[in-house]
Design a protein around this ligand. Structure first.
Ligand code: ADP
Ligand code: MG
Length: 409
């Protein structure tokens, strides 16, 4: 059986016109000879009646301390409503369909409420209904623990559901349908002339996603990558081919190295970051202090980013929501920190930059022309990060986009 997993995000299923477009994509897959398995998100965004954030707000108005277990039960409703309405739409159009919750579809997770991880998929129910000729619609973002508790998978969780089903069914593709035409060179909300990439590697999209491009969840990419199942990002609202995500060794249009003709694949950003600078003693005393510093933060469960260690100084960043806690831990362990709030991380990602000289020089150049100071920087084979003031973030993304994408470097 040739399976195609098709995942539709919140904006795709929000309106009846959207749902009809969804149904058209599903029926087209069937006509091409695929057995479509459809994964849906909840309908719409915060404020829409059955959107996940709307449900959360409703219960939090009653009691802010609602338990995570109950919160998961409530949050799992959005996808159930959406999936049942999708089945209704498909059947009205003459296509037999059936809806399965995450639990019914065999999505088995750990018991970490609101951030559960998929442990395995038992695809028997999906296979049974598919064999009977039905279009199976599965609730994204949810599963069931081994103890029988309903769990949810965290933000972007429907992408993960689709990826896990794709692997379990050995699907030909996992298609992520959304409100943009594919993976773009920058967030179109910041760069109006961002362009859609025809093809990107698993590693590039993982980096882009981790660095703020929320178009696909990085965990979903990791899952399909393990079994080398190609993923495509497409628009529900057009017939554009979208972006193919595959491994760099894959032959694509006669060329093996799909990133050969570009240095940078995309620019991304993460706002709301706080930088910490802590002076320590130099010499052996300083080493002891630095050990104490990192240990204290680790014990408090604070995850650090952008870490630079010097003989007499430690510089790092944390997300804004844990900055207060980090400052407290430092104070309690006897350190005086310089705290710089209101920072943002801007990243240039591209497998093609490996071994190419002068990328950092171009970044510094492009930002200097806009008078944007770089507060800190870091790099790997495929990514260069700079920390800037949040007020400079959009300008920095636009400047790097002009330098590397419009300038076609
Ligand atoms: P869905 O509800 O379909 O899952 P998301 O909001 O999670 O949709 O993802 C799609 C959005 O991701 C787009 O509307 C776009 O604004 C944003 N986005 C951010 N960076 C990128 C990028 N590099 N390429 C494409 N979209 C991006
Ligand atoms: Mg999403």
């Amino acid at each position: 059986m040739k399976f195609l997993v098709q995942k539709f995000g919140g904006t795709s299923v929000a309106t009846s016109q959207g749902r009809e477009m969804v149904a058209t994509k599903v029926v087209a897959a069937k006509e091409e000879g695929y057995i479509p398995v459809v994964v849906v998100s909840a309908m719409g965004r915060n404020g829409d009646p059955y959107a996940t954030d709307t449900l959360i707000n409703m219960v939090k108005q009653v009691n802010r301390n609602i338990s995570l277990r109950e919160l998961d039960l409530l949050m799992s409703c959005g996808e159930i409503i959406s999936g049942v309405v999708m089945v209704a739409t498909l059947e009205k159009m003459g296509h037999p369909a059936i809806f399965l919750t995450g639990a019914q579809a065999g999505i088995i997770t750990d018991n970490h409420f609101t951030e559960a991880r998929i442990l395995r998929v038992k695809p028997e129910a999906v296979l049974k209904h598919a064999r009977e000729g039905k279009i199976v619609v599965v609730a994204g973002f949810q599963g069931i623990s081994e103890e029988g508790e309903i769990t949810t998978l965290g933000r972007g969780g429907s992408d993960t559901t689709a990826a896990a089903l794709g692997v379990a069914l050995n699907a030909e593709y996992v298609d992520i349908y959304t409100d943009v035409e594919g993976i773009m060179t920058a967030d179109p909300r910041i760069v109006s002339d961002a362009v859609t990439r025809e093809v990107v590697t698993y590693d590039e999209i993982c980096q882009l996603a981790q660095e703020g491009a929320k178009v696909v969840h990085p965990r979903a990419v990791e899952i399909v990558k393990q079994k080398n199942i190609p993923l495509r990002v497409k628009s529900t609202f057009s017939d554009a081919p979208g972006t193919l995500v595959t491994s760099s060794g894959e032959v694509y249009k006669g060329t093996i190295d799909i990133t050969r003709d570009r240095t940078i694949t995309g620019i991304t950003q993460i706002p709301n970051i706080v930088q910490f600078k802590v002076n320590t003693s130099a010499g052996p005393e300083g080493l002891k202090e630095q050990r104490r510093l990192f240990k204290g933060l680790a014990l408090a469960g604070i995850s650090l980013d952008f870490i630079n260690v010097y003989p007499d100084q430690v510089v790092f960043t944390v997300k804004e929501e844990v900055a207060g806690k980090a400052a407290q831990v430092l104070e309690n362990t006897g350190f005086i920190a310089e705290v710089i709030p209101g920072c943002a991380k801007v990243a240039a990602v591209g497998a093609g930059m490996t071994g190419v000289p002068g990328v950092m020089a171009s970044i510094v150049d492009a930002l200097a022309r806009e008078n944007i100071p770089i507060l800190q920087s870091s790099d790997s084979h495929t990514t260069i990060w700079v920390l800037v003031r949040q007020e400079d973030m959009e300008k920095a993304v636009q400047a790097l986009h002009r330098e590397f994408i419009n300038g076609a470097r």
